[in-house]
Design a protein around this ligand. Structure first.
Ligand SMILES: [Zn+2]
Length: 311
């Protein structure tokens, strides 16, 4: 299954699987900036963040054979990185996790209550990927595909109010009433949108009797999908246009909402990386770090068939 992989990603992965070190270099340089930005947002500006990114690239090499394109390469790398970050927190004896979406209703609203709050283990919730195996079941992959198809259609039809509703429902865990207030909707309209969305996804999955599946479980499953599969996140190219201020107004409004109001940490990291790229395209320290990653990982490429670029 390669549903989520672009042609470029597929070629890159094929090269890496064949042990081609220049493809590995290309992959590392393409993704390490946004991964480091994400890690630093969660672990601080220190060596822990750099280590987590380095370990993430190693994890990718080790899990190459089990990865079948169940998510985009970027989303897969973010998933691996989140596990490494959770490990780093555990090693440091910290249980508290920073939410992936800053407006998450389950997170504390101010610092005082944060310290009073019992541990909220966002990363250790019912998510499938934090289970021991770095592999999803077929069923979970199908669900992500169905949800992505539905959100892609919303993007095509520019139904951004619906997308905002689902971001707030499934990513930020807001109640219908709060969402209605935020988006200027009737509370019942929020419930109807949710109902229709779940129906559409059920239909896509060829489930019989879609309303039977409209259980409490649906919200939990969709929350997992939102967090792990990022179906509403704008593409990197869209974020690039956002940085340059050349997005159409409706798209610009959605991206602003997604990053600033919702507080999507994945997109915020991407944005930080894009800004750094634009403002300091040849940052020496970035190159130094990339060099360190390559040095420490290249030995894990398939040694039998590794191609030597010099030879
Ligand atoms: Zn996002």
């Amino acid at each position: 299954m390669n549903d989520f992989l672009s042609e470029i990603d597929q070629q890159l992965l094929a090269g890496v699987r064949a042990g081609n070190s220049s493809d590995w270099e290309e992959l590392v340089s393409q993704f390490h900036g946004r991964l480091l930005a994400f890690a630093r947002r969660r672990l601080g500006q220190n060596a822990d963040a750099e280590d987590a990114v380095q370990e993430t690239f190693l994890s990718l090499l080790k899990s190459l054979n089990s990865f079948r394109g169940e998510a985009s390469l970027e989303t897969w790398l973010f998933q691996l990185l989140r596990r490494r970050i959770a490990d780093a927190h555990r090693r440091a004896g910290r249980d508290l996790q920073v939410p992936l979406c800053l407006s998450d209703s389950r997170s504390a609203t101010d610092e005082k209550s944060l310290s009073m709050q019992p541990v909220i283990a966002f990363e250790q919730s019912a998510s499938w990927y934090v289970r021991q195996k770095e592999q999803r079941t077929q069923q979970q992959s199908e669900l992500l595909q169905a949800v992505t198809a539905a959100t892609d259609r919303l993007k095509e039809e520019k139904r951004f109010r619906d997308l905002k509703t689902f971001d707030l429902l499934f990513f930020a865990h807001w109640k219908n009433q709060a969402i209605a207030l935020e988006l200027g909707l009737e509370e019942t309209a929020v419930a109807v949108l949710k109902h229709r969305f779940i129906q559409r996804v059920s239909k896509q999955l060829n489930m019989s009797g879609p309303s039977d599946n409209l259980t409490e479980r649906s919200s939990g499953l969709l929350s997992d999908v939102w967090r792990d599969g990022r179906p509403s996140c704008p593409k990197r190219t869209t974020l690039g246009k956002y940085v340059l201020g050349i997005l159409p107004e409706d798209w610009d409004d959605f991206v602003t909402f997604h990053i600033e109001r919702l507080g999507c940490e994945f997109c915020a990291a991407n944005l930080e990386d894009l800004n750094a790229e634009i403002n300091a395209p040849s940052d020496g320290s970035v190159n130094l770090m990339r060099g360190r990653i390559l040095e420490s990982t290249v030995g894990f490429l398939n040694p039998q068939i590794r191609s030597d670029p010099a030879g």
